[in-house]
Every structure is written in C-alpha cells, then in structure tokens.
Design a protein. Sequence first.
Length: 209
Amino acid sequence: MNCPLCLGSNTIQFAYIEAREYFRCSYCYLVFLNTTNHLSSAEEKERYAQHNNDIYDSEYRIFLSRLYDPIVQKLPAGANGLDYGCGPGPALAHMFREAGFMMDLYDPYFFPEKPHLDKKYQFITCTEAAEHFYNPYEEFNRIDGLLEIGGWLGVMTNFLDESINFKNWYYRKDPTHVVFYTEETFQVIASSRSWQCEIPSKDIVLFKK
C-alpha cells in the first residue's frame, strides 16, 4: 500500500491490532491505517460531534495555547488566518480574533464553506486535525496553495516516537485517527514543498512558506 503522504511504495506492515492494520513508510516514517479500516463519513462526523471544544473552556484554551503562543509571535498585527479542520468548536480561531486577527474557518463537516479555499492567508492553523487526514499529500498541498509566500502553518498533533507503545497508545485507539507523524515526517513534508520547519515544543510544528 502506497504512503498517503509521500506517495512512496516502500512501505511495510507496522502493526496489526484488534483487526486494524497499520503500515509504515520507510522514507517519510509516517504510520498509517489501512484504508479498509476507515470509518464511514457518517460514523466519523458522529464521533467529531461528541468533542467538547467549548471556546470559553479555560483548560481547553490553555491546551490550545501550546500552538497559539509560538505562532502568534511570528505574525504581524491583524494578520488574516484560517483555522483548517477547526471542528464544531473553533476555540483557537476565537482566541486569535480576541487578539485582533482576522480568521476564517474550514472544516469538511462543520464549516464546509468553499469560498475560503480560493483565498490566500498569512497564517493557517491545524490543531488536532492532521491525524484525521485520509489524504495528507493532498491536504498539505491544498494548504500550501492557501498560504502566502512568507506565511506560517502551525500544526498540533501527537508525535509518534520510539518511546511510545503503539498498541497501548491512547492516540491510536481513537478510530478517527488514521495517520501518525514523526519528527522525520514533518521534515519530509517541509522539504518536499520548500518550506522551513521548526519544532518549538513537543507535538507542535511550525512551517514557513
């Protein structure tokens, strides 16, 4: 099965757990779920709708600040941004709006407005969404097309590393999580699109176009 991120064919079976098959790419080190194990769109949306992402929840805002704090330092005042894959409760976009930034929302289930995908943005955020990408190659190419030259993309997702017991990892057990990234994976994402890549803290990556 070809890698859905770099499209390479040099993949091997990584794990078979509870009738779910995972592969690993030997080039970009992405681990990904067999497409036959993907949920239906209806099942996926139902699970997302259960997420409790209250924009006024102080604990959730602290969690999101792990991405907000490093990327906001890169941005000019009033920059226009897009929260890509924002889910039903776009708390991060609300935080940026409070700080004077202009924000659009995109989510294929909850904010599917296509006109946003014809604009250019000075920054894009993608928090707890990249692990849901069925076609990360296409998704990151779309994001690249939405970013202005010099623009920033901030991604928050749990990184996979050798210290993690994949079978018991809570992140793997979410049935909507279909791809898992390593630090090496993000370097490949950046180099293949001529982006710069920074990893300011655990599970946070910033790209500059």
